[in-house]
Design a protein around this ligand. Structure first.
Ligand code: M6R
Length: 609
């Protein structure tokens, strides 16, 4: 949800900024822009659309500068246009913003009453205009920043240039991510680690309320009392390759292939002597015992992982679990006490709705546990306990490997909770752990059917609508499979419990409408087969995804995609089974010529409500 980058040092800033924006483009791609600090003042250039449009505009020449800020936008206030693109400038100030000024109408009115004129429809322009006013008054950037932010209700990460201070960048954040990259003779600010990786792996997580002042040689962090802070310097262990395509056409395809390794890295550190053990996460048995119920709160793909988590925990530990949409959670006055465990799931750790849900759960005194991929993200920092998934950077907007590792953590949790609740004995837990450790290999084997998936995709790609059906754990998978297809190929798609279709939706099944049936659960197989027969009888095109030895009557399906024979236990089938669904969506989108990694209207990290 908008990407910010800033650079000050000895290099040509324009190149660093463009490279940084390229690495952040997954956060939004409605427009892009940069401001460069020069001795003659601030030079700004911006363009609607992809970064390529900005590059084109800059190709006619830019002033020499070794300090600047850049932005890639996911539009919230004001349509994607040149004028609404960031940076926004006023007088001596130019800034880039990620977040939302909730009271911008009020601020805009106040400024207009003072005679100010607005060029854009953005909320951000109120910040830059107030900041310029206060800068004229105080001549002190930090004081001006503090006075301005005191007026603002909402969320922000800001990188700011002042025309009379070339070489200096100021940065501040609230509820939107921002890091400071600490280099050698050069320093950066960025929304996310990939933007700083070509220059440094050392970074500071900017605390809320702190203001950072960067020059090429120094980074100073001022706390709200104006005192200099001594921040902790962290080290990103991602290599640059992890954030690059590495020979693949798309990040999504690469990330699908990375799933076995991501699973392995997430699972194995939590298995000690053949048993689940969360010592590395500093989670002891007391934390995982004696609660009344579990609420899993998340958005999108992370929520789908949560649905699988619910099945696993309820089945193995016999503890009641509900799965809540984070954007609804705090508005529905959830029944939540300190005896409850709230599990927050988020790849980015920055999703605004999920973060707000976490804060509500904490305010109600519930135990909070986050499952997060991005180290040091807001959710990871604010939750009482955190289990990091080790997917590495996920760049494609469509989540794939992050989903798999989230599900992997739910297996671990379900087994441990079941053992602590006395529902599973040690021997059964050990057997389950062994089965779990085989999953990365099962997923690896499943990747071998990529060509079949590509072929199967060609049969559904021209449909205007598709349906995914399944029962039990398979139903959870249908939600994720369906989301993957619709978000990147733009084929309208819906997921249903297989038995539910006939309660209304089956009226939409006509000749050739694709229905993708997931049938990995033997106990439910006959029922699912009956449901797909109902679809076939109405002319639907049925594609079944099932285990290697599942008997699917010839007249019940048009095509069958089979998991490898190593996948035998139904409880552990979801992770291999999601792979053909990811590949199906991927190849359908590629065949349709869609922009797979950057689907329209979307952004990777949704830091606004
Ligand atoms: O970063 P998060 O896991 O909190 O993001 C939540 C959703 O926005 C995300 O899972 C989204 O649904 C996927 N990118 C879709 O593929």
């Amino acid at each position: 949800m908008c990407g910010i980058v800033g650079y000050t040092g000895a290099r040509r800033a324009v190149e660093v900024l463009l490279e940084g924006l390229e690495n952040l483009e997954y956060r939004g791609y409605d427009s892009a822009g940069i401001s460069l600090a020069t001795q003659e003042g601030i030079y700004t250039q911006k363009a609607k659309g992809r970064l390529a449009n900005l590059r084109q505009r800059l190709s006619t020449g830019v002033p020499e500068s070794s300090c600047g800020i850049g932005h890639t936008r996911w539009a919230t206030h004001g349509e994607p246009s040149d004028i609404n693109s960031h940076p926004h400038c006023s007088g001596q100030v130019s800034l880039v913003h990620n977040g939302i000024v909730e009271n911008y109408m009020e601020l805009r009115r106040q400024l207009m009453d003072k005679g100010h004129v607005f060029l854009s429809q953005t909320d951000t322009e109120t910040i830059v205009q107030y900041l310029d006013l206060y800068y004229q008054q105080y001549k002190d950037p930090i004081q001006a920043i503090r006075q301005t932010l005191a007026l603002i209700r909402g969320t922000y990460a800001l990188a700011i240039l002042f025309a009379d201070r070339p070489g200096e960048i100021y940065a501040v954040r609230k509820d939107s991510p921002l890091i400071v990259g600490v280099g050698n003779g050069e320093n950066l600010v960025a929304s996310d680690i990939p933007a700083i990786l070509p220059y440094t792996r050392d970074y500071i997580l900017l605390e809320e309320g702190d203001v950072a002042k960067l020059t090429g040689d120094t980074v100073e962090i001022y706390d709200p009392d104006g005192k200099l802070d001594l921040p902790t310097i962290l080290h990103a262990d991602w290599d640059i390759g992890a954030a690059q395509k590495g020979g693949y056409d798309h990040f999504m395809r690469k990330e699908i292939d990375e799933q076995p390794r991501a699973l392995e890295s997430t699972l194995s550190p939590r298995i000690v002597n053949g048993m689940v053990d969360f010592s590395i996460d500093h989670i002891d048995d007391a934390f995982l015992s004696d609660f009344r119920s579990v609420q899993i709160v998340a958005c999108g793909t992370a929520m789908h992982a949560g649905h699988i988590g619910r099945h696993l925990i309820e089945k193995l530990a016999r503890i009641p679990v509900s799965v809540e949409v984070a954007s609804e959670y705090r508005y529905c006055d959830p029944i939540l006490e300190k005896e409850d465990l709230v599990i927050i799931v988020s790849q980015s750790g920055e999703t605004a709705d999920t973060l707000a849900a976490l804060r509500l759960a904490k305010a109600r005194g519930a135990r909070t546990l986050a499952i997060v991929n991005v180290v040091g993200s807001s959710i990871a920092r604010e939750a009482e306990k955190v289990i990091y998934t080790h997917a590495g950077p996920e760049i494609a907007v469509a989540s794939t490997k992050a989903f798999s590792v989230q599900v992997g953590v739910f297996y671990l949790l379900a087994i441990r909770l079941a053992q602590l609740a006395g529902q599973l004995d040690a021997k059964t837990c050990k057997d389950m752990v062994q089965a779990l450790l085989r999953i990365p290999n099962d997923v690896q084997q499943t990747l071998q059917i990529a060509a079949d998936c590509a072929d199967a995709a060609s049969a559904i790609k021209d449909a205007s609508s598709a349906f995914y059906v399944g029962r039990g754990l398979d139903h959870c998978l249908t939600m994720e499979g369906s989301l993957k297809l619709k978000e990147i190929s733009y084929i309208h798609s819906e997921a249903y419990a297989a038995g539910e279709l006939k309660h209304g939706t089956i009226s939409l099944i006509t000749d050739g409408v694709p229905v993708i049936a997931i049938a990995t659960q033997d106990a439910l197989l006959e029922k699912t087969i009956s449901n797909i027969r109902e679809v076939k009888a109405r002319g639907g095109y049925v594609l079944v995804i099932c285990k290697a030895n599942t008997v699917v009557p010839e007249d019940a399906a048009d095509r069958v995609l089979r998991l490898p024979s190593s996948v035998t236990q139904d409880l552990f089938a979801p992770l291999p089974a999601i792979v053909p669904m990811q590949l199906l969506a991927y190849y359908a989108a590629v065949q349709l010529g869609c922009d797979v990694d950057k689907p329209r209207n979307l952004a990777k990290s949704v830091t606004v409500e």
